[in-house]
Design a binder for this molecule. Structure first.
Ligand SMILES: [Fe+2]
Length: 241
């Protein structure tokens, strides 16, 4: 049994992102954001061990490599993802001091709520985009970093604001719940409008004459070798089925 808060969040997400309710999107989104602000990990009925330092010390035996391997630096919990649904829900748990590499959410809106630990969120807003040798190049504005904890409001990313971010767990593992709409596209989708996650490196920081508004050039890179997740099964509550 998951909590009434979580059920309300799910139902409000359905209402908010449904095409039928496009006219009331802004008002519905504001209600959804306020509900997510209140979410705590116990609403999701997850095993708190997942968020512990001990969980990241567990080694698993790899038959491929014939040796014990460290646990992945991220744990992914797929909460809700359904073909043709206009949104997805998931949880990421990041190991202490690990930085989830800089990535984007093309043409997507997201709500991110920390449910355990302390997370540093460094966000960037796109100013220009280009392609060089088939790789994306962006000039982005550097936004003020945020420190998010269980008591912080949810953070929001929009298609045209804070759409790029890197996330670091401070002083222990950190876990966050997120809703993305529309969700990332299936990996097999090669259509021009497909929403795939790209990773970037920061090239150089530029500051204007006022010393304010720093911008940075980002260049697309392959998925960094150090970034991989293992996943934990989530037993969906009845209201999602
Ligand atoms: Fe993200």
């Amino acid at each position: 049994m998951s909590s009434a808060v979580f059920m309300k969040i799910f139902q409000q997400a359905e209402k908010t992102f449904s095409n039928r309710n496009r006219d009331c999107y802004k008002a519905n989104f504001a209600v959804l954001k306020k509900l997510v602000d209140k979410l705590v990990y116990s609403d999701l009925k997850l095993n708190p061990f997942l968020f512990s330092q001990k969980a990241f010390k567990v080694k698993t035996f790899s038959f491929r490599l014939s040796s014990f391997q460290n646990k992945a630096p991220c744990t992914f919990v797929n909460i809700y993802e359904k073909l043709d649904s206009p949104f997805s829900m998931s949880i990421f748990i990041i190991d202490e001091n690990y930085k989830m590499p800089l990535h984007d959410h093309p043409n997507m809106t997201g709500i991110l709520k920390v449910i355990s630990g302390k997370l540093k969120a460094e966000c960037y807003t796109q100013i220009t985009t280009d392609k060089e040798n088939g790789l994306l190049e962006k000039i982005v504005q550097v936004e003020q970093p945020k420190i998010l904890t269980e008591t912080s409001e949810a953070a929001v990313l929009y298609p045209d604001n804070c759409n790029y971010h890197e996330l670091t767990a401070l002083e222990g593992p950190a876990a966050f719940f997120d809703i993305l709409s529309p969700p990332y596209s299936d990996i097999s989708d090669s259509s021009p409008n497909a929403r795939h996650c790209s990773f970037f490196k920061k090239e150089k920081i530029m500051v204007d004459n006022s010393g304010l508004n720093p911008t940075v050039k980002l260049t697309q890179i392959p998925v960094p070798d150090h970034y991989y997740c293992d996943s934990v099964y989530y037993e969906q509550p009845d209201f999602m089925r």
